[in-house]
Design a protein around this ligand. Structure first.
Ligand SMILES: CCCCC/C=C/C(=O)SCCNC(=O)CCNC(=O)[C@H](O)C(C)(C)COP(=O)(O)OP(=O)(O)OC[C@H]1O[C@@H](n2cnc3c(N)ncnc32)[C@H](O)[C@@H]1OP(=O)(O)O
Ligand code: NDP
Length: 305
């Protein structure tokens, strides 16, 4: 298995002002692992009460305990108040009723929902030709419809009357997403949906933005891909301009900025955090000789391979 550079910070601290989010209530979906866990830790270290929620509550409980220990030990040494990470009820964002239940639970318990990070999501590697309709729908329902469910419930139950800030996590797919057609389509949908919501909800003082990560090595995420993922990464890593993956903290840092009042004039935006990969060709797929396009007109001899 190809490994990323070990970028785990020994004593990570946010670059943002302590207590930035004191008194704020945040929801991070999929906050029990990977990128979501880093976002929850950073928001908690900056004073927020952070609800994490996903399908696996046991995983979230273990993660929350570790995050709270980390926050207490490493982030509270300026005499400032730190927040805490708490676990919401088991929720599949694909299920509208479960999402409504989660949001109602948050408003009942914490009386507010100022900040929302739609991080939960994922996909599997499969060519478009082999992908069943059910497989396509499973990924679109998780990423696109699931994100819509959470945005709408947060708006209806709190943000419409009180304002708020939403950040949706997408995925660097500027050049398409070979072998992940479902996810590429869903993430492009999330970005366009976010632009629409930013306009419809501006009157309510709700900002909606996206963070579009390049490749972030999260063990939780990559163990899903097996050999197909390894093959993908062996080709992509050397072709990346930065020659390394992102750390979850590098994604979190952009999310925190967008959530903060420092981004008060930013809405409907997509921030790429990808080490410049969006503007660099990444060989996601081998295109064999048989797929040459037929020529119309005369192609100069020198222009042929
Ligand atoms: C390697 C480069 C990475 C690029 C950067 C991206 C990184 C990341 O995003 S890391 C985060 C990764 N985390 C995850 O992906 C975890 C989340 N994934 C899931 O939870 C699931 O894969 C799912 C939600 C996307 C699908 O799960 P589920 O709804 O439980 O699916 P079912 O088992 O019910 O199957 C539905 C349907 O889909 C077909 N299917 C499932 N897996 C595959 C597969 N590997 N290949 C082909 N088809 C698959 C399955 O067969 C079902 O269809 P039918 O057979 O027609 O019934
Ligand atoms: N790692 C990477 O390179 C990149 C990741 N991303 C995206 O960033 C996000 C986080 O990924 P990462 O941290 O790497 O991977 P993880 O697998 O660790 O995170 C995915 C999280 O989403 C949750 N989740 C999945 N499906 C559902 C669902 N139906 N309802 C509620 N929660 C769900 C999972 O929890 P549970 O299983 O308990 O439900 C899990 O905590 C994902 O959307 C991912 O696709 C984007 C670009 C690159």
């Amino acid at each position: 298995m190809i490994m990323a550079v070990d970028t785990t910070p020994t004593r990570w601290q946010s670059v943002y002002r302590p207590s930035l989010f004191a008194g704020k209530v945040a929801l991070v979906t999929g906050g029990g692992s990977g990128i979501g866990r880093s976002i929850a830790t950073e928001l908690g270290s900056l004073g927020a009460t952070v609800v994490i929620a996903s399908r696996d509550v046991d995983k979230c409980n273990i993660a929350a305990k570790e995050m709270n220990q980390y926050i207490q030990q490493n982030c509270s040494d300026h005499g400032c108040s730190v927040g805490k990470v708490v676990v919401g009820p088991s929720t599949s964002i694909r299920d509208e009723d479960q999402v409504n239940n989660l949001i109602e639970h948050i408003i009942d318990t914490y009386k507010a929902l100022h900040l929302l990070v739609n991080n939960a999501g994922g996909q599997f590697v499969c060519s478009a030709e082999e992908l069943s309709s059910k497989g396509f729908q499973a990924v679109v329902n998780t990423n696109l419809t699931g994100t819509f469910h959470v945005c709408r419930a947060a708006f209806e139950n709190y943000m419409r009357d009180n304002g708020g800030s939403i950040v949706n996590i997408t995925l660097g797919n500027r050049n398409g997403m070979p072998n992940m057609v479902h996810s590429g389509a869903a993430r492009a949908g999330i970005e366009n949906m976010s632009i629409t919501l930013s306009q419809e909800w501006m009157e309510s003082d709700v900002r909606v933005n996206c963070v579009r990560p390049g490749i972030v090595f999260t063990e939780s995420g990559f163990e899903n891909y097996g050999p197909a993922g390894d093959m993908f990464l062996e080709k992509i890593l050397p072709a990346m301009p930065a020659k390394r993956f992102a750390t979850p903290e590098e994604i979190s840092s952009a999310v925190v900025w967008l959530l903060s009042e420092g981004a008060s004039y930013v809405t409907g935006s997509v921030v790429s955090v990808d080490g410049g990969s969006a503007f660099h060709f990444l060989p996601l797929i081998d295109i064999e000789d048989t797929s040459h396009l037929p020529v119309y007109g005369t192609l100069p001899r020198k222009a042929k391979l």
